[in-house]
Design a protein around this ligand. Sequence first.
Ligand SMILES: Nc1ncnc2c1ncn2[C@@H]1O[C@H](COP(=O)(O)OP(=O)(O)OP(=O)(O)O)[C@@H](O)[C@H]1O
Length: 412
Amino acid sequence: MALISLDKVSKIYPKGTRPALDNINLDIERGDFVFLVGASGSGKTTLLSLLLREEEATSGEIRVAGNDLRRISNRQVPQYRRSLGFVFQDYKLLNNKTVWENVAFALEVIGTRRSTIKSLVPKVLDTVGLTGKEKNYPHELSGGEQQRVAIARAYVNHPQILLADEPTGNLDPTTSLGIMEVLDSINRTGTTVVMATHNEEIVNSMRKRVVELHNGKIVRDEAHGSYDSALFFPDAEVEARSDKANHIAAPARAAIEVGEGQSEGIARLANSVHSGRTGRYGETFAPIEDTLTWGKGLPLDEQAAALEETQAFDPLKDTADGAVTSSDARDDSRFAPPRVPAPSSPSDSAEAAGQTAAHAHGAEGGSAAAEASSLVPPAPPAPPVPPAQQSAAPVPPAPSDEHNADADKKGE
Ligand SMILES: Nc1ncnc2c1ncn2[C@@H]1O[C@H](COP(=O)(O)OP(=O)(O)OP(=O)(O)O)[C@@H](O)[C@H]1O
């Protein structure tokens, strides 16, 4: 059975003039990487909101990791969300907390022990390339770095599913490439990634599954798809962009025809960014010399070496204050982070552009409590079973030694 399945799902908002989603059928398998594309208003965010159980379907059935979302009570929602991570366009970081505290907070709210937190946080920060930035506050980070914190927070407990709504929406092409490297490497640990995006260049380079929405309906579902925003919406502006989009997509199409491995998508995206074929943003940003450090892709041997390193990791020796218990050591052994290249200082200047946009987009403000309520409490660490062997389990009970908030398990 698919990890995520939607069967004849419709969503009509109270004030909606037409269904935001209209009789959708969609299956997403464990380990998939799916781009949701489509014009503004086509229903991408609504679909993600349904999967998050932020909104409920008006009709139809949605199953996620064995859970029938119609049967999940409001009280059970926080626990359901522990098997999910989510990342937004505007990061939603807690601005009065450091990088370390932002990630740790995601674990604190689900009652994870301090010693486990102390061990997990440095590993996930390493995974997203933020080692050394632990004590920085969000305003002391570039836009790309802020998004890395958000991804670290979403991923710190190795969720089965990562949902991302325009995670590169505020970022320049070079910085977006770094974010895609992180998401791609997370996907290759077995985490299913569903990402809504308008970014044709990313979709056309990565050659992942593409599900295109138009007026709430799925109009296309391709295993190795591309995206041309002009296709369904020919107006003057998108028609003008259309040639450019085709120009970007052509090399990617040619490449996929000869058959390529999973990490080739990142290499193509890097190539596209560094060759200047960076879509409508291309001309604005850093010269190739300044961005070359991003162009290395993510070689599999590097990945394998990182995993070996993780397996050799001894949590009893390797914490700030050394206070890790043997049960923590068990928990930590389940976390096998992928390794991605850290942002280099030359590209920081490019990321700074993203930072400005992020602040303008409302990354600041709001109480910690309000922001916390939108924070995903990550799932307890999953055992490192290969994706094909993992079984879809209904909302798992929180381990009694790890979690102290049981209220949401007690039903209605
Ligand atoms: N809370 C709401 N109440 C009423 N209508 C809504 C609400 N949220 C979304 N809609 C409508 O539902 C439709 C789908 O919106 P949705 O935000 O899912 O689109 P989208 O593809 O994510 O767009 P974008 O790319 O701009 O984020 C739109 O017509 C939108 O106006």
